[in-house]
Write a protein that binds this ligand. Structure first.
Ligand code: FMN
Length: 199
């Protein structure tokens, strides 16, 4: 996290809209900034029977469109879960900022379309390399070393590439401060509402 971001955030929250503005600053910073834990939030999915969570790298945040973008392997188990139910929750926390941001919404899977083309073209070779792993994610194997990526053609990974677009419907901002915690819920279901909650 850059010190300038911390300086931009209020020390005390009085106006509820400041919590949304802070969430915007934090999540915008988190896309390029690998030093904040908001760069790697936890994405949870449920097919109605089981819940599964995993850490993923945040690739884009857009408050106007209310989306987060993630990249993954289209052979991953999570794709199957999303195909059963696209309900999702994303949570992140940064101990330095003392802020937790929790969002709920729906995920759309993109494979070989304009969204994946754009995301792939802005990915680094290092990121693209992951998608050249043989067999695909979650396959049960005898020897992990057999699956180290050695000889690969970086562009071939596009075959296995997927983009997840998480459209959030609610965003909850929790600020932990000894003088008084602050918890705000922003909800876009129907008409936008914002309310303070008991922390
Ligand atoms: C720091 C970190 C970053 C990760 N980033 C991603 C990511 O951007 N995309 C992804 O699919 N998996 C990522 N993973 C791996 C996932 O946490 C997970 O293990 C993998 O995607 C398989 O999940 P699934 O079986 O639920 O599909 C990351 C793991 C860590 C520890």
């Amino acid at each position: 996290m850059t010190s300038s971001l911390k300086e931009q955030l209020p020390d005390v929250y009085e106006d509820i809209q400041d919590t949304l503005e802070s969430a915007k600053l934090i999540l915008t910073d988190a896309v390029p900034n690998a030093k904040t834990l908001f760069h790697t939030p936890v994405v949870s999915l449920s097919n109605g029977r089981d819940i599964s969570s995993r850490v993923m790298v945040l690739r884009e945040f857009d408050l106007d469109k209310r989306i987060l973008r993630f990249h993954t392997d289209n052979r991953a188990a999570k794709i199957q879960v999303i195909n059963e139910s696209n309900l999702a929750s994303v949570v992140g926390y940064d101990p330095d900022l003392k802020v937790q941001i929790k969002m709920t919404g729906n995920v759309d899977v993109h494979i070989k379309d304009k969204v994946t083309e754009d995301a792939w073209s802005e990915s680094t070779s290092r990121s693209k390399k992951c998608y050249s792993v043989k067999g695909g994610s979650s396959l049960e194997i005898q020897n992990p070393a057999d699956y180290d990526i050695k000889d690969f053609e970086v562009e071939e990974g596009y075959e296995n590439f997927a983009v997840l677009i998480f459209n959030f419907i609610s965003l909850e901002f929790l600020y932990l401060k000894s003088s008084g915690h602050r918890r705000a819920l922003h909800n876009w279901e129907g008409k936008y509402t914002a309310t303070w909650l008991v922390p």
